[in-house]
Design a protein around this ligand. Structure first.
Ligand SMILES: NC(=O)c1ccc[n+]([C@@H]2O[C@H](COP(=O)([O-])OP(=O)(O)OC[C@H]3O[C@@H](n4cnc5c(N)ncnc54)[C@H](O)[C@@H]3O)[C@@H](O)[C@H]2O)c1
Length: 233
């Protein structure tokens, strides 16, 4: 199958490309940066997704992974939202083999945290994903979004490699870890190749950061006495 991945030179994009290649697929990577993947079935296009004219012609697209993005850049709306719309509108038309579209949004689309225009753009990606899902449903094509919390990629080195920042992050991360790019690739492969019936969904995968920071206060709740399980009537 022909797989298109934007942001294919970055941490998540490159690892995902390698995983599709290992399964025998042909991968077409698009990125502002030169290729970081090298494989006989990998073709790289240096392009800016904000400029529709720079996007290459790619035949018979089966899977589109909209992954390119930038945080706190000079143009967060363009790099994360407008560019993603450009790519999607180009590759979902005249694509009879299309089976799935997946967007890499962000936990900030759900929580509103992080940089203002990044959060706005990623929330826009989720809204746009639903619009695309509605349009593609009659063709039997699934369309979903990942909203990831922290991922261990070079993008995050400033906080991952700074012990004080990392300690603060772990104090608000109930599962006490971040995910790897390989684990993200597991989700991407399942959602684009296996899933046939879930569409229009935004999956928040964040080690419990948004939903599991318990705020319930009750004197005996965390004691071993557990009076709320008492068998006395
Ligand atoms: N790493 C995380 O913790 C995390 C968390 C949530 C969401 N995300 C999202 O996952 C995606 C990939 O993140 P990553 O950690 O691999 O980052 P990364 O910076 O390693 O990779 C992003 C890639 O996108 C490319 N890109 C940016 N703007 C572009 C443009 N206009 N045209 C073409 N290419 C462009 C960059 O050159 C880069 O190679 C991003 O959309 C990011 O917002 C990442």
């Amino acid at each position: 199958m022909n797989i298109v991945i934007t942001g294919a030179s970055g941490g998540i994009g490159a690892r995902t490309a390698e995983r599709f290649l290992a399964l025998g697929h042909d991968v077409f990577g698009i990125d502002l940066a030169p290729a970081s993947v090298s494989h006989p079935r990998y073709r790289h296009f240096t392009a800016d997704i904000r400029d529709p004219a720079s996007l290459p012609e790619i035949p018979d697209v089966a899977v589109l992974f909209n992954n390119a993005g930038a945080q706190n850049s000079a143009d967060d709306i363009g790099n994360n939202l407008t560019g993603t719309v450009n790519v999607t509108e180009k590759y979902i038309e005249n694509a009879p083999s299309l089976r799935s579209v997946l967007f890499n949004a962000s936990a900030s689309a759900v929580s509103g945290q992080e940089f203002p225009l990044y959060a706005a753009a990623k929330a826009g990606v989720v809204g746009y994903m639903k619009n695309v899902a509605i349009r593609l449903a009659p063709r039997g094509v699934t369309c979903n979004a990942l909203s990831l919390g922290g991922v261990l990629t070079p993008l995050n080195d400033p906080v991952v490699r700074d012990p004080a920042s990392w300690e603060k992050i772990m104090s608000v991360t109930p599962m006490k870890k971040w995910m790897t790019a390989d684990e993200v690739a597991d989700w991407v492969l399942f959602l684009t190749l296996e899933n046939r019936s879930m569409s229009g969904q935004n999956l928040l995968i964040d080690n419990g950061e948004h939903d599991l920071n318990a705020t319930f206060v009750w004197p005996s709740y965390f004691s071993s006495e557990k009076p709320y399980f008492s068998e006395e009537k």
